[in-house]
Every structure is written in structure tokens, then in C-alpha cells.
Design a protein. Structure first.
Length: 115
């Protein structure tokens, strides 16, 4: 009788990574610092959304993992839904001020775009 890990390996599953591998991946991810020299723009849009307002955050770093992390934190902070689309973060409703404060705390320079 073979062990469970051997059976799973035969079925095509991979073994879980060692602690040292996950710690190394975390340390390399933390070394990726976003470029904060370009101002981030925050805009409220309603076009094509049947009058529903959405806060859109432009010109963020284009690292997908970082965008997902920022979007998740902003959704939790604002208590709303949202998504990452085409290197932008969309948040439901008018969340410009909360998003601006959070991004400034992260070291970004922020401009509110539009009217």
C-alpha cells in the first residue's frame, strides 16, 4: 500500500511547497516596489453603467498580483464590490476620498480626475 502523497503524485497532483520555498517567494514579492513617481488618477464614471457610479483608479503599477492585492484592500476598506479590469481598479459607488487617503498612505501621489 503506497502513501497518500504517492497516490496523489500518481494522479498528477503536486506536493505542497516547502516552508523555505514559500518564504523565499514572499521575500521576492516584497522586494518589488511599485513606482510611485507617476501620479495615480481617480475618476468617477457613470457612462455605460445605467447611471450607476463607479470609482475608477488609473495609472497604478501594472503588476497583476499587486493590483489584486490593492483592489482587495480597497474593497474591504470601502465595504463595496469592485474588480480589476485592464490595469485599473473599479470600485462600486463614489469612493474617491477613501481611495485617495489609502493610496496616499501607500506613498502614491494622487490626483482626482474629472468633475
Amino acid at each position: 500500500m503506497s502513501s497518500l502523497q504517492e497516490q496523489l503524485k500518481n494522479l498528477g497532483f503536486k506536493a505542497p511547497p516547502d516552508e523555505s520555498e514559500t518564504n523565499a517567494a514572499d521575500s521576492t514579492r516584497n522586494n518589488e516596489t511599485p513606482d510611485t513617481s507617476v501620479p495615480v488618477r481617480i475618476q468617477r464614471q457613470t457612462k455605460g453603467r445605467k447611471g450607476k457610479g463607479v470609482t475608477v483608479i488609473f495609472e497604478l503599477p501594472t503588476q497583476p498580483a499587486l493590483l489584486q492585492e490593492y483592489a482587495s484592500a480597497l474593497r474591504k476598506l470601502c465595504g463595496v464590490g469592485g474588480a480589476v479590469k485592464d490595469d485599473t481598479i473599479e470600485l462600486q459607488g463614489d469612493q474617491r476620498e477613501k481611495a485617495k487617503r489609502w493610496l496616499e498612505q501607500k506613498g502614491f501621489s494622487v490626483k482626482l480626475a474629472g468633475g
